[in-house]
Unconditional design. Structure first.
Length: 334
């Protein structure tokens, strides 16, 4: 079975980390997010993934030069201009010549969902499209569904105003589609699958949901990207786990590392304290500095204090400086 994986977004909520690296290439437990996703799709029976790319395709092509990720074959569909989720699915499916049941996944979703079970549920219902659903406390930041009899979706609202959500069940970003879904999406146009196509499928009565209680996180926000990393340390995931400190990192024996991940080639100097944080590849934390609840790619100076913040690849926190709930370099409001 083939899958289209959407990886063409701008990752704006993770800037400045995504200034140089596209979101799906950011590491989760020392490995690119996309690699963990593709491996999981592979375990669920997917043999070929079409990466729907627009923005910065090069890092993907360089990371998987042989056109393979583990046992899964990788191909690329590069949009001439961002076509939004629906337009990107249509473009990628056309490029790959998809003409049978296929899987679609958002590139920033980390979950223990068994994709094989989602496909089986789709076939049982003879659905045109089946969405993986997850129950969450605050659904307003997601696509939200109302579920009727026999798992038929009777309403789909993308990012409803808080208090107006039809239920607590959200679109978890993994789908199974019949190729006929593609006929509902115009060619070479910006189309949101969530705002345009899902409502059409609801109207036609052929959109179904498959709710599970699997581990699930959309790693597109800083707090959740950090959580998706740290969750791999505690052993709560079914197939994914990681070591706290990369073998290529240099961590002084007199540094303190608590509930944190230290990425490839990162350096932590004597007396530094890293708590509830992720140091990304190449990060440098000076002596006696403190990093707490933060994401760091760049440099934190000696004795500096970084709390609930992001430091991008070319970001520098000066010696002795304090950064609280900030970003370095600063991110212009968009
Ligand atoms: N190729 C391509 N082109 N990909 C795109 C484009 C585009 O123009 N725009 C967005 N994407 C990709 C992103 O890279 C991401 O992998 C995926 O589409 C979803 O975009 P996000 O920006 O992460 O959307 P979201 O998190 O706000 O909402 C989506 O995911 C939620 C679950 O995590 C929606 O699908 C919601 O309905 C859903 O609940
Ligand atoms: Mg997202």
């Amino acid at each position: 079975m083939r899958a289209v994986v959407l990886v063409g977004g701008f990752g704006t909520r993770l800037r400045p980390l995504t200034n140089q690296i596209p979101k799906p290439m950011l590491p989760i437990g020392h490995r690119p997010m996309i690699e963990r996703l593709v491996n999981r799709l592979g375990r669920g029976g997917v043999t070929e993934v079409v990466l729907a790319l627009g923005f910065k395709p090069e890092p993907f092509m360089e990371a998987f030069p042989g056109g393979r990720c583990g046992d899964v074959k990788l191909t690329y569909a590069v949009e001439p201009a961002p076509l939004d989720t629906g337009g990107a699915i249509k473009f990628a499916a056309n490029e790959a010549g998809i003409d049978s049941t296929f899987v679609v996944a958002n590139g920033d979703v980390l979950t223990d969902l068994d994709v094989g079970e989602l496909v089986a549920a789709h076939r049982r219902r003879e659905a045109e499209a089946t969405l993986h659903l997850i129950g969450v406390e605050d659904p307003s930041a997601f696509g939200v569904v109302a579920l009727g009899d026999s798992d038929r979706i009777t309403d789909f609202v993308e990012k409803p105003a808080p208090g107006t959500e039809p239920s607590n069940l959200i679109n978890a970003g993994t789908y199974v589609f019949e190729p006929s879904v593609l006929d509902r999406i115009p060619d070479n146009e910006r189309v949101s699958i969530e705002r345009s196509t899902f409502p059409l499928l609801v109207e036609a009565g052929c959109l179904y949901g498959h709710a599970t209680q699997d581990y699930w996180i959309d790693a597109g926000r800083p707090d959740l990207y950090r959580a998706a990393n740290l969750d791999l340390l505690v052993g709560g995931r079914v197939n994914d786990h990681c070591e706290a400190v990369s073998r290529t990192a240099t961590v002084d024996a007199a540094a303190i590392i608590l509930n944190s991940i230290i990425g490839d080639h990162a350096v932590v100097a004597p007396g530094a304290r890293i708590v509830d944080s992720v140091l990304l590849p190449g990060a440098h934390v000076g002596s006696a500095a403190t990093v707490e609840a933060s994401l760091v790619m760049g440099r934190v100076g000696e004795g500096a204090r970084v709390d609930a913040s992001m430091v991008g690849a070319d970001g520098v926190v000066a010696d002795g400086a304090v950064l609280t709930a900030g970003t370095v370099p600063e991110v212009p409001a968009s």
